[in-house]
Design a protein around this ligand. Structure first.
Ligand SMILES: [Zn+2]
Ligand SMILES: [Zn+2]
Length: 271
């Protein structure tokens, strides 16, 4: 068991799909011996004003900052945000992340331009050509990696959670290896972290996002940093799968995982 458990991705009631107040999530995390936790509520930049993320971003930030101070002697709380689809609304994304003293920004892609979240698509009918979707997905991920104004690059292979995990489709991921390699090289070059998202371990896909083979490839291409995150939306999932995530990091040649303080990385030894 690791003594330095850290969880750099989780959601509070300030996310549309979150359920628990930050205080309850903190208390559970302390009980589980987690040393640092990031609360990273959703801010979907393609619907920033339309769906009220401009308001929930403020509420989330203020509430997490309050908790950070309240629990300062018990646990290190990183005030974060999961920035979805920054590339579809670059100017407001940049304005937002510069407007507050965030500790950590997670860069995510949950949907293609003008298309619903990958979680909501029907891969048997309207979206049965999932190769086309994946091609576009990795292209968008490449644009995000080029932009790189985040701290960690979230859940690469997210669509596989649904295509492979829920719809049981066979995906030949080698078709996208060139794009994936480019993404990893960009992250390495820009000293950005790759997230090992452990939510897949408790879902049908049964793998981290990305899986160990990708993390290994990231390391081969010069990747220096990783983060681990449970992507918890419930108290029961705080820290879930983190020990396995840290093991994967170690297996792939990383000695530490990152946490962040005001966007500055801090290396936490894997031990
Ligand atoms: Zn996400
Ligand atoms: Zn998330």
């Amino acid at each position: 068991m690791f003594k330095n458990l850290v969880d750099m991705h989780s959601h509070t009631e300030h996310s549309f799909d979150g359920h628990y107040p930050v205080d309850e999530l903190v208390e559970v995390s302390v009980e589980r011996g987690i040393k640092a936790v990031a609360f990273t509520d959703h801010i979907e930049m393609d619907f920033f004003r339309e769906k009220g993320f401009d308001k929930t971003a403020d509420e989330s930030f203020d509430d997490i900052l309050r908790a950070k101070k309240k629990y300062a002697d018990k646990i290190n709380i990183c005030v974060g945000a999961e920035l979805g689809q920054a590339m579809y609304n670059i100017s407001e994304a940049e304005e937002l992340i510069n407007s507050k003293k965030y500790d950590i920004i997670i860069g995510s892609t949950h949907n293609l331009r003008g298309v619903d979240d990958f979680a909501c698509l029907d891969y048997n009918n309207e979206y049965s050509d999932f190769d086309k979707l994946l091609k576009e997905y990795f292209y968008e991920e490449k644009l995000l990696a080029e932009w790189a104004k985040f701290d960690t690059f979230a859940h690469l292979t997210y669509p596989l959670r649904y295509i492979q995990g829920e719809y049981k489709k066979t995906v030949d991921i080698s078709k996208y290896q060139k794009d994936i390699d480019e993404i990893f090289s960009l992250l390495a070059e820009k000293d950005k972290a790759l997230e090992i998202n452990t939510s897949g371990l408790r879902q049908l896909i049964g793998l981290t996002m990305p899986d160990v083979s990708f993390v290994k490839r990231f390391r081969e291409l010069g990747g220096k940093y990783v983060t681990v995150g449970s992507d918890s939306h419930y108290t029961e999932h705080m820290g879930a799968g983190i020990p396995r995530g840290m093991e994967i990091a170690k297996e792939c040649g990383f000695d530490s995982v990152l946490i962040f303080n005001q966007r500055k990385p801090i290396e936490i030894p894997i031990e």
